[in-house]
Design a protein around this ligand. Sequence first.
Ligand code: MN
Length: 414
Amino acid sequence: MKLFAAGHTDPGRVRSSNEDAYFIGDSIFAVADGMGGHVAGEVASATALGPLEEIDAKVYPDGATAIHALEEAIQQANVEVVTKAQDRPEYEGMGTTLTALMFEGQRIHFAHVGDSRAYLLREGQFNQLTRDHTFVQQLVEEGRISEEEAAVHPRRSVITRAIGVTEQIDVDVMTLDLEQGDQLLLCSDGLTGVVADEEIAGILSDLDQPARTVERLVQAANHAGGPDNITAVLLRWDETPTGPDRSGTTADMSGPAILVHTRQGENAEAWVQGMRRFGSFTSRRRGTGPHHHRRRLLVILVSIVIVGSVLVGGGRWLLGRSWYVGIEGDRVAIFQGVDASIGPIELHWVVEQSDLALDQVAPFFLDRLESTIAAPSLTDARRIIETMPRVAGSAADPAQTEEPSPAGDATTSP
Ligand code: MN
């Protein structure tokens, strides 16, 4: 059994530059979708691939060591992009997705940050292996919107984890045992944003030469408008690059497919033990710096979310949640943003800390406060605090504070 691979990237039909990058090595394969102004996105994606290239073709004594090396490379990619972003002002705020895999024995180890994806086509079943680190995916998992709604959601490209933006990074890691005929696809959202899974699966099922297949995937995205950079990396685990149905001739083998690996005496019965999530690796976080980077990302994300909501006009839920009253420390405070933390990122910040201490709030009201109270405006948020039920003897009397408070006074006591 052999692993055949091919990759293709294209700027698409709208963008002048290509911030995507991919790497195909002997054992390492990766897709990165960079973001940032001017050339920053390209720098971010290219930089992130560096540490992965360094571990290409290395051999490890066991799976755990291999996974560790892969994860270390991702962490190193993060450090390098963060460092570059800090070094030069024009790189500030740049980041990249990174979806990488390592071929080890008859297994594939995945590491993933962001919204590029890995898919598996096996025996006609096409499944997404990675979980998108996106705002809309969070909404899907919370049951707020359906998968179908997520696919066309105006904020679907807002990612909640990226390489190079925070000094701490959570990396999803998983392992898949290969089976003959498996096709693995790594791709950026420029493909999956406009081409349905069914169509992608159909193209893979045709078993063209891998290089031809990835070209066709890119073409499909361009036919659908090509609004974003498009990248696809395809791996086939089989005896020939085009599968057993078109038994490989010499001519087939001379095609542009890259023969990556040969394993002798493979057991054809190698059965999937399934995609396994390594709990001890998943959600591992590393970093030493203060949280100012996270704060910066947070502000960027919230800005994107809120501005996007306003622009699109459909973001009623977000707008409705863009101010709220909650608890900060031992006091009541007004927050802006969304009362959610997605991965390591909290999508909100304190706007005003009030003088109202929690022990002044009526106990029956604390639960409601804990789950936060949405406010349509800052003024409304201030009024909610003013009129909050309090324990007997506390300063404010809700009955007297029905009128909006003067602007700028967040902590009114009558
Ligand atoms: Mn993209």
